[in-house]
Each structure stands twice: as structure tokens, then as C-alpha cells.
Design a protein. Structure first.
Length: 113
């Protein structure tokens, strides 16, 4: 299966055409001896979840989230191509909060950005 190559680290695009970060993970469900894709994980705190769950939960809550990684159900994946198009509104997801925070607190402070 080439799913990892086709999806991981691709730009996630919401229903309105807005960028909402990269696809950082794939959630699989095991049903008997069959695995199926359940969700995609997006958002800048994904690395924190892999390093330290407590720190990641704190960062998510600090950004206004629920303290969990952002999962987009597989049924909301519309198209996989150069980008991964999703049937969600970026503004309504915790992943977009991270993107907005980086824009305002990091990118926005770079001279000329």
C-alpha cells in the first residue's frame, strides 16, 4: 500500500480552499485481521504528542483546543492528489488554531514577512 507516500506530509486543504497544515499521521483501525483507515492527523502539535503527551495536551488546551490531537475522519477526505482535499472548515478545527498561532507569533514577527 502506498498510502503513506501519497498522504503523509501533504498539504491539507479545507472545503473553502484554505490551507490547514500538513497531514502528520494516519490512524488505522483493526477489525479482525483487516486494517482500515479511520482518520488523518493534522496540526502542528503532532510532534509534541509523539515526544510528550502531557506537554502536547497542555499546548493544545493553551491554543483553545480540547487537549487531543486533531483527527479528520477518513469519510471527510474528498480527494488525494498534490494536496489532500478535506470536507471540513479549517476555522472549526483545532489544527487551524495552531496555524493561526504560528502566523501571529512567529511568522508575523519576521521582518518583511
Amino acid at each position: 500500500m502506498q498510502l503513506g507516500r501519497e498522504v503523509l506530509d501533504q498539504q491539507a486543504i479545507d472545503a473553502g480552499g484554505r490551507q490547514m497544515g500538513k497531514v502528520d499521521g494516519i490512524v488505522l483501525e483493526l477489525r479482525g485481521d483487516q486494517a482500515r483507515v479511520a482518520a488523518l492527523v493534522v496540526g502542528g502539535t503532532t510532534l509534541l504528542w509523539r515526544l510528550h503527551a502531557g506537554l502536547a495536551a497542555w499546548a493544545e488546551r493553551r491554543l483553545g483546543g480540547e487537549g487531543a490531537p486533531t483527527r479528520i475522519p477518513w469519510r471527510q477526505v474528498v480527494k488525494i492528489g498534490i494536496d489532500v482535499k478535506l470536507d471540513v472548515e479549517a476555522e472549526r478545527t483545532p489544527a487551524f488554531r495552531w496555524e493561526r498561532w504560528v502566523r501571529d507569533h512567529v511568522i508575523g514577527r519576521i521582518p518583511g514577512a
